[in-house]
Design a protein around this ligand. Sequence first.
Ligand SMILES: [Zn+2]
Length: 340
Amino acid sequence: MGRIKSRTEVDESVVDWLTKIPKAETHLHIEGALPYTLLRELDPDRFPANPFFREPGYRFPNFVDFETLLVDHAVSWYTSPERYHEACKLIFSGLADQNVKYLEASLHLAIIELTGSDGHELIHAIKSAAPKGLEIRVIAGLTRDGYTEVMSPIIDSLPTWDDLDGIDLHGQEWLKLEAWAPRIWKQCQEAGKIVKVHAGEFGGADKIYEALDLLRAERIQHGTRAFEDPDLVQRLVDEDVILDMCPISNEKLRVVEKLEDHPIRGYFDAGVACTINTDDPLCFANTLSGEYEALYDRLGFKRSELAKIAKNGFRFARMDEELKNSYIAEIDSLLPEEIE
Ligand SMILES: [Zn+2]
């Protein structure tokens, strides 16, 4: 005999289902994903058990404060390729436990200048930490003012790096785009690399136009503020531009007033190809499954809609077509007949 499920029962079944479905994570900064436990082991006096910024209700006052805190913590750990390897083993096993099958992980390239490490050794350290069943693509994260004397010859050579899968522009979005960037993005795209740009997080729709028109980005990281220009939203749909969104990050950094106001609901309904991701879990104490749960709980997404978002993660993934299709089919097969 049927009966109405209590809210708790529904939630548990959704959590269970979310854990089971194969997922992709396509917006994750390795430095921002540093497991906090490693800092605790390194220096328990300097890194307290429950730092204020990982409290559930904490929100950062602004991007610069957030970035300063992130960098302070990240550089305390990431001093060598060996440290990247050790951290990535933990990060990747945490993702594998959530049934993540495909990851685009961003490496902050300036770490080469900061630590004197070799870029290829860093990439090898990251890729060799992958557990079986998790495909890793390494993306070089560049900043708008990152074309320094030391870094410029390295950045110029990126299109020829066989071990590098893509590039991304991150950091302070309001800095102007310098002439080197369109050249490097074009060369990397011609070399078959994934080309991404952080845009429309703190910057407005104009930054997304810049990413599309000057950098030919195929994936926009965030794109949260695209709604400010309805023509732009339509263009994202028409050109199948992917928004790798991070709703909890946007709430924590006050890009949105509260998660319930997040524009992902409108983008999804308009037909924009969205994925959801964690961005910097060191700072937000979030998980990929938690992002899906938040959309279900606080934005009214149904399971069938979450399944579509999970499938978007694979639809655009740079992976073997057969494997990609098998994950998409698995998501479909796990979708219950009765959709609440
Ligand atoms: Zn990001």
